[in-house]
Design a protein around this ligand. Structure first.
Ligand SMILES: *Cc1c(COP(=O)(O)O)cnc(C)c1O
Length: 390
């Protein structure tokens, strides 16, 4: 299934491959390996002369269904599913970069992504320069002769900073670098980075793609030829998505379009309410006219998405009071769930950064991130109002 179908349809039907039993719902293939009819067939499969499954580290029919569905949704030639969002980023980098290469990355990336680029890849001779997410001049200025990759997340976590994907792709391509976009917050329902000129899309399927907080998963998407070495890394090193998790995510995708619209609607509702609370000093949500990049977000995204960041007066004490007086909202670092979740980034997701790194990334002590779920927003407001009462 492809271009001729709308995203709502692709999310439900793309990639389905039925077995001899003609099952209606996607089958879960729990098997580590596959049997060959003959020595010749085994040889042909291993030599890539004949399509077919070999071993679930790199070929599994349930995982293939998920990969084809995600590729259709992102408008990508190919998709490589991985065990988690972080392993998708790792596979992408290990497949495409070598020691001596340079990366320009947003300093507003997910905490673990910053750690990966800074502390781990640095040890293997891949150097990263971090720049301000929204400053195109800084991205250009950070380029070196050995720059191979630009890496960005938009909207960013937790501040929902937007970067202009089309503009950044132009800068990257002028320098001979590729642009990778972590599309976790928007999903292809709200934003398709490849259409805007990006080369690679990264997903943490753990978030909205599953949508109900059940499993971990990830994906790398882009052109077949470009991602061949990424698939090679997965095949060899094995950060593979399990068939069971792929099956759960396939079922999650069936409601993705509906959920993303509802998450966005609820988040806008809550953001407007938060803006009126005297104890809240600032609300950051791409769907609010007060967002510094409202116009860009409106042009680049179908809607604002489900993540709202807000600053509470009274620093950490004020923020922790809001967290600790909730009775329903889940205190957890996960996001993209039907259940609303509340996080204090400075002491959790961004707790491993130094105080200077946090300040540079704009993570203040009073900042809270709410990943707005699908409950009644009146109940969520009541839950937050207690801690905001002062
Ligand atoms: C959660 C997250 C990741 C990492 O994904 P995991 O599945 O937890 O490994 C990467 N990027 C963003 C934006 C995330 O929110």
């Amino acid at each position: 299934m492809s271009e001729e179908y709308d995203l709502e349809t692709l999310a439900i039907r793309a990639g389905i491959a039925r077995s001899q039993f003609n099952e209606h719902s996607e089958a879960l293939y729990l098997t580590s390996s596959f049997v060959f009819k003959s020595a010749a067939e085994a040889a042909a499969r291993f030599a890539n002369q004949e399509p077919g499954n070999i071993y679930s580290r790199f070929t599994n029919p349930t995982v293939t269904m998920l990969q084809e569905r995600l590729a259709a949704l992102e408008g990508a030639q190919t998709c490589i599913a991985t065990a988690s969002g972080m392993s998708a980023i790792l596979a992408c980098v290990m497949g495409l970069l070598s020691a001596g290469d340079h990366v320009v990355a947003s300093r507003s990336l997910f905490g673990a992504t910053v750690q990966l680029f800074n502390n781990i890849l640095g040890r293997f001779g891949i150097e990263t320069t971090f720049v301000a997410q929204t400053d195109a001049v800084a991205w250009q200025a950070a380029v070196k002769p050995n720059t191979k990759l630009f890496f960005v997340e938009t909207p960013s976590n937790p501040l929902t900073e937007i970067c202009d994907i089309a503009a950044l792709a132009k800068i990257a391509h002028r320098c001979g670098a590729r642009l990778a976009v972590d599309n976790c917050f928007c999903t292809p329902i709200l934003q398709r980075p490849l259409d805007l000129g990006a080369d690679i899309v990264i997903h943490s399927a753990t978030k909205y793609l599953d949508g109900q907080g059940r499993v971990l998963g990830g994906a790398v998407l882009g052109d077949q030829a470009l991602l061949e070495p990424v698939y090679g890394f997965l095949r060899t090193a094995g950060p593979t998505l399990s068939a069971f998790n792929a099956w759960v995510i396939l079922k999650g995708l069936e409601t993705l379009a509906l959920r993303m619209e509802a998450h966005s609607r609820n988040a806008l509702d809550l953001a407007l309410w938060l803006e009126q609370q005297p104890q809240v000093s600032r609300v950051l949500y791409p769907g609010l006219p007060s967002h510094p990049q409202y116009e860009l977000a409106k042009h680049q995204q179908k809607s604002g998405g489900g993540i709202v960041a807000f600053e509470v007066k009274g620093g950490q004490e004020g923020a922790w009071r809001v967290v600790d007086t909730t009775r329903m909202v889940s205190i957890t670092a996960n996001l993209g769930d039907v259940k609303t979740t509340l996080t204090h980034p400075a002491t959790t997701t961004h707790g491993r950064l130094s105080a200077e790194q946090r300040a540079a990334a704009g993570i203040s002590d009073g900042l809270l991130r709410i990943a707005v779920g699908l409950e009644s927003m009146k109940d969520v407001q009541d839950d937050l109002a207690r801690g905001l009462a002062g």
